[in-house]
Each structure stands twice: as structure tokens, then as C-alpha cells.
Design a binder for this molecule. Structure first.
Ligand SMILES: CC(=O)[C@@H](O)[C@H](O)COP(=O)(O)O
Ligand SMILES: NCC(=O)COP(=O)(O)O
Length: 237
């Protein structure tokens, strides 16, 4: 079974636009669970322009499903994750001022650093995942860092889907097969949507989790959160 983890960053972006508490990020998180989400993902960035560090603490105390905290492991981020103790931490190599995540780790070059950080989180009992591009070598090197899972950065699949979906999925199948060979758990995310999700899942049915935010929240504007989550879950059957 592939779990759907809803990324609520964009809900916080909307709230922050007016400075008050509408929409209420905590209510949205628990409603996502009520409507069928099997997890909540947050990705705090250093400027806290969407989800804030305090939101992460509050979300953890309110939800009952899995919390996944994504981000670049700066000292401040590491301290937050060790304090909050989510189900899962996903390491993402973001620059400070990045608009959104746009690549995975070079797990060969950063092996020593990643091994150290992964070790600290695993020691605290937190499941670990490393965000990587669809490259079997990066997947194999992630395994050597000691991680439990990897998350495949799916933007290249999403942007190539309409022109030629068979071609777009090919590197992802190769990377996913390498993850399975290595005994790694497998997550995926970035720009997954109602257009491209079902085919991704059909080609890689051993996926453990997808984390989806931007497209899902956009769809919810038209269809409402309950129906939207149901439709995303249908893509994962
Ligand atoms: C790692 C990843 O792909 C997502 O967490 C994505 O980066 C969400 O971040 P934004 O909401 O800032 O775009
Ligand atoms: N890990 C990917 C994620 O959490 C959401 O990415 P997106 O759906 O907002 O592109």
C-alpha cells in the first residue's frame, strides 16, 4: 500500500498572506487525516515564509498519523527535528533562498555529512529518508549513508509526462528498482498531481509513500479537500 502524505506548506503560505490564522493550519492538518491522508508533510524553510518552526511543533502534537519533516539539515533544522521527533525526516539539499526544491543530494560527494546526520536521527528513533534524483548511483550511495528510505525527486517526471510518459518514467523505474535491490524504502514527491500520479504508481507499485502539496491544494480550491484527497487516494489503488 502506498501512503498519501499531504504537504500543508501552501496552506501556511495562504495564512501568512494576511498575518492572522485563516486558514488554520492545524485544523487543515487534522481534516486531511479525517479525509483519508495517511500522513502530513511539512517543509520549513529558513525564512519561514510558509510553514513555521512553531507550526511544526503544533502539528506534531495534534495529528495522529505520520509526520514527515522535510528540509536542509542546518543546525537549527536538526535541533527542531530532534525536539519534535516526527515519524520521518527527509533530508533535502536546499539553498537558503530557494523558491522550491529543485534537485536531490549528490550522495557520493556528501556521503560523510549525510552518514553523520542520518546516524543522529536514527539514534533518536526517527525514520530517515534522503531526497535524490532518479539516478541508480545516487540511490546506491544513499544506502551506504545508512538511510531507511529515499525520496525520488519527481519534477522531471511530471514535466516530461505530457510529451512522452513512457520516456519520463523510465529513469524512475530504474532508480526504484535499485532502491528495491538495496533494501531501501521508497518515497516520491514534487509536482505529482491528478494528471500524473496514477501512472507513476502503476509503474512503481512498491512505492511506500508519496508526499503531495502544491497540486493537491490547488485542486482543493475547486473540488474541496475531502473530494480531492479521495481522488488522489484513488490514483494509489
Ligand atoms: C522536497 C520537496 O520536493 C517538497 O518538500 C517541496 O520542495 C515543497 O516545498 P515548497 O512548498 O517550498 O515548494
Ligand atoms: N516531498 C514533496 C512534497 O512534499 C510536496 O511537493 P509538491 O507536491 O508541493 O511539489
Amino acid at each position: 500500500m502506498t501512503k498519501l502524505s499531504v504537504n500543508i506548506n501552501k496552506v501556511a503560505t495562504l495564512r501568512n498572506a494576511r498575518g492572522a490564522n485563516n486558514p488554520d493550519v492545524l485544523s487543515v492538518a487534522t481534516d486531511c487525516e479525517l479525509f483519508g491522508a495517511e500522513g502530513i508533510t511539512v517543509h520549513p524553510r529558513p525564512d519561514e515564509r510558509h510553514i513555521r518552526y512553531n507550526d511544526v511543533r503544533d502539528v506534531k502534537s495534534r495529528i495522529t498519523t505520520e509526520l514527515n519533516i522535510e528540509g536542509n539539515p542546518t543546525d537549527k533544522y536538526i535541533d527542531l527535528v530532534l525536539e519534535v521527533r516526527p515519524t520521518q525526516v527527509t533530508l533535502v539539499p536546499d539553498a537558503e533562498d530557494q523558491l522550491t526544491s529543485n534537485h536531490g543530494w549528490d550522495t557520493r560527494t556528501h556521503r560523510t555529512f549525510l552518514t553523520d546526520v542520518i546516524g543522529r536521527f536514527r539514534e533518536a528513533g526517527i525514520r530517515t529518508s534522503i531526497f535524490v534524483d532518479a539516478d541508480p548511483e545516487m540511490v546506491a550511495c544513499a544506502k551506504s549513508c545508512g538511510t531507511d528510505r529515499i525520496e525520488l525527486y519527481t519534477e522531471p517526471y511530471a514535466s516530461g509526462y505530457s510529451a512522452n510518459r513512457k520516456q519520463a518514467i523510465a529513469p524512475f523505474i530504474a532508480a526504484a528498482e535499485e532502491a528495491r535491490r538495496q533494501g531501501l524504502g521508497l518515497n516520491a514527491g514534487h509536482d505529482l498531481s491528478l494528471v500524473n500520479l496514477a501512472y507513476f504508481h502503476k509503474c512503481i507499485p512498491w512505492l511506500d509513500e508519496v508526499s503531495i502539496g502544491h497540486a493537491l491544494i490547488c485542486d482543493a480550491i475547486y473540488m474541496g479537500l475531502r473530494d480531492t484527497i479521495a481522488m488522489y487516494k484513488k490514483c494509489l489503488e
